[in-house]
Design a protein around this ligand. Structure first.
Ligand SMILES: NC(=O)c1ccc[n+]([C@@H]2O[C@H](COP(=O)([O-])OP(=O)(O)OC[C@H]3O[C@@H](n4cnc5c(N)ncnc54)[C@H](OP(=O)(O)O)[C@@H]3O)[C@@H](O)[C@H]2O)c1
Length: 345
């Protein structure tokens, strides 16, 4: 199975190439800079790997013959759509590691017909927030059937993030968060400054599994708002993160982004934890709550993206654009990751 990794020279791209090799699959390293791609191949112990140098407008040829492409080049808001277009034209399934909410919505809405005609599956948001978040939301909502209100929360503490993540989060912050209500998406409250949110009646604090008390949360543009309503019958979906993390993202000026280290060292990665939580309330007031948690968000993102691409090729999924929970059986996928998850209610 040949898996192209676009943006293979970046931090997430290099982890993804290593994971492709670990799974016994054949990586094809794709990007704009030959030296950096060669360095990435050597670092992964794959000196002889297939390397294809191509700019964004010549990617179709570079992706030909690949079964799937994993796109790791962000900000996706700026760079992503030409890669989706090229994957579809080359007849390769598409997965990416984005967490950029509006970009995910544009891909799911804008490429459905082209992907369906080409017979390929396009699944954005296969990272440690969008993938497990969409899947745990699906499993949580299934306890209620019909959902009046769902809140998807990313409850990780501030921890080491890469420069690429900082650059992408600055782009997300600039676009502002969406919320979903009565069949449509609209811009939620303006991005919070350092303070707690006052957005349209959403929660201002949440109980965090494994922690005493409540954590202050702020409205933030998470993938779940644009993915969950596509497979959960919910009247309203909103997303929040810890207020201290929102405050950090709100301070990402270009100078601050440039000062963030390019990579996150292995010790910081293995010491860090991510946690995605979904809270659903039914029209009758019944509630269910689910969460999924694990360590090393970047390593987990590589595992999620590679396993997603592998399943699209090996097991198949409907042609068209799909959210993570539409493309893959949520329970089976979360169990494969070896993460901790639970749904109550
Ligand atoms: N949501 C999540 O949980 C999650 C988790 C992990 C990663 N991510 C996302 O993954 C993305 C990558 O992060 P990272 O830390 O790996 O960033 P990075 O190290 O800066 O890597 C960026 C990659 O994009 C390529 N690139 C940049 N500009 C390009 C252009 N104009 N044309 C073609 N390629 C270009 C770079 O190629 P060069 O080497 O040639 O510059 C590099 O390969 C970010 O958007 C990040 O938010 C999300």
């Amino acid at each position: 199975m040949r898996i192209a990794v676009h943006g293979a020279s970046g931090f997430t791209g290099r982890l993804t190439v290593a994971e492709v090799l670990r799974r016994g699959l054949t990586p094809v390293l794709v990007g704009r800079d030959e030296d950096r791609l060669r360095k990435a191949a050597a670092e992964a112990g794959a000196d002889g790997a297939d390397i294809r140098v191509a700019s964004l407008d010549e990617l179709t040829g570079a992706l030909r013959g690949c079964d799937a492409v994993i796109n790791c080049a962000g900000p996706f808001t700026l760079l992503g759509e030409p890669v989706v277009r090229a994957a579809i034209a080359a007849g390769a399934h598409y997965v990416d590691t984005t967490g950029e909410q509006r970009y995910i919505g544009r891909v799911l809405d804008g490429f459905w017909e082209d992907a369906r005609r080409a017979g390929v599956s396009v699944v954005p948001a296969m990272a440690d927030d969008g993938g497990p978040g969409d899947m745990i939301a699906h499993l949580t909502a299934a306890r209620l059937g019909v959902v009046d209100e769902m809140v998807v929360a990313d409850l990780r503490h501030p921890a080491g993030g890469s420069r690429g993540t900082a650059r992408s989060m600055a782009a997300v912050f600039a676009e502002g968060p969406l919320e979903y209500e009565d069949g449509a998406w609209r811009t939620a409250a303006p991005p919070p400054d350092a303070g707690p949110p006052r957005a349209s009646g959403g929660p201002v604090s949440l109980a965090v599994p494994g922690e005493p008390g409540q954590a202050p949360v702020s409205v933030f543009a998470l993938p779940g708002v644009v993915t969950v309503p596509r497979h959960v019958r919910a009247r309203r979906v909103r997303s929040v993160i810890r207020s201290e993390v929102a405050a950090m993202f709100s301070s990402l000026t270009p100078d601050v982004v440039d000062a963030v280290p390019e990579t996150v060292d292995p010790q910081t990665r293995s010491a860090s934890r991510w946690l995605m939580l979904a809270e659903a309330t039914g029209p009758d007031g019944r509630r269910s709550r689910g969460w999924v948690t694990g360590s090393d968000g970047y390593g987990t993102t590589a595992v999620i993206a590679v396993e997603g691409a592998r399943r699209l090729v090996a097991d198949g999924a409907p042609a068209g654009t799909l959210t993570p929970a539409q493309a893959f059986d949520p329970e089976s996928f979360l169990n494969h990751l070896g993460v901790t998850w639970q749904v109550l209610g």
